[in-house]
Design a protein around this ligand. Sequence first.
Ligand code: PGA
Length: 241
Amino acid sequence: MQIIIAKCKEEFDRIAADTVSQQIKDKPNSVLGLATGSTPLGLYAQLVERNKRGEIDFSQITTFNMDEYKGLPKDHPQSYHYFMHKYLFDEINVRPENINIPNGEAADWAKECAEYEEKIRAAGGIDLQVLGIGHNGHIGFNEPGTPFEALTSLIELDKRTIKANSRFFDSIDQVPRQALSMGIKTIMQSRKLILMICGRDKAEIAYKAIKGPITPEVPASVLQLHPFITVLLDQDAASDL
Ligand code: PGA
């Protein structure tokens, strides 16, 4: 596990963007695993800028997002489809047919999850997965207690996740209670990972994920077992390390 502590938010975003840019330069047809949330917003802004300046090319890139709320239509402002298009996909030269996000409105969940796994396999697997972490240690929407062997599935969201994400909705009652998420095993099968953690409010969970016991109660702790993971923290998130 490589641990990098960025001096400031600019450096945090730049290091994350350098990691993704290098992956794209090394392998122009890379398969990228992508995350939503506040943490990667600066990364996506940098990737958009670099693409517009012609420094990186997404024309052969394939993407797989980790998760999507159950029941939200693609054009719902809080859906992860909407988020990804707004902050990244609509601004770069990725081909629409190469973008993959779980379908939150699928009629058959088991089929949607199995097909998502199959699509990742057919694309050759994920080369670089970008990850954030929840205050409860979740990665994707794999909440505490999710088995490490889990593949993409329908997840019951944890109370803490619903509360944290209610900041984006008019009221907590509007936050979906379930989501489709890549499994922990799916995430661990990625060739490389970058876990991004920022903010003082993430310091305790950062410590548990990086230095604590490896346990399904802290889903991100499984990442200690991955041979090619970079953990990128800002100084606030690293304050308990
Ligand atoms: P955040 O979400 O980046 O908005 O903190 C991370 C997560 O819940 O995985």
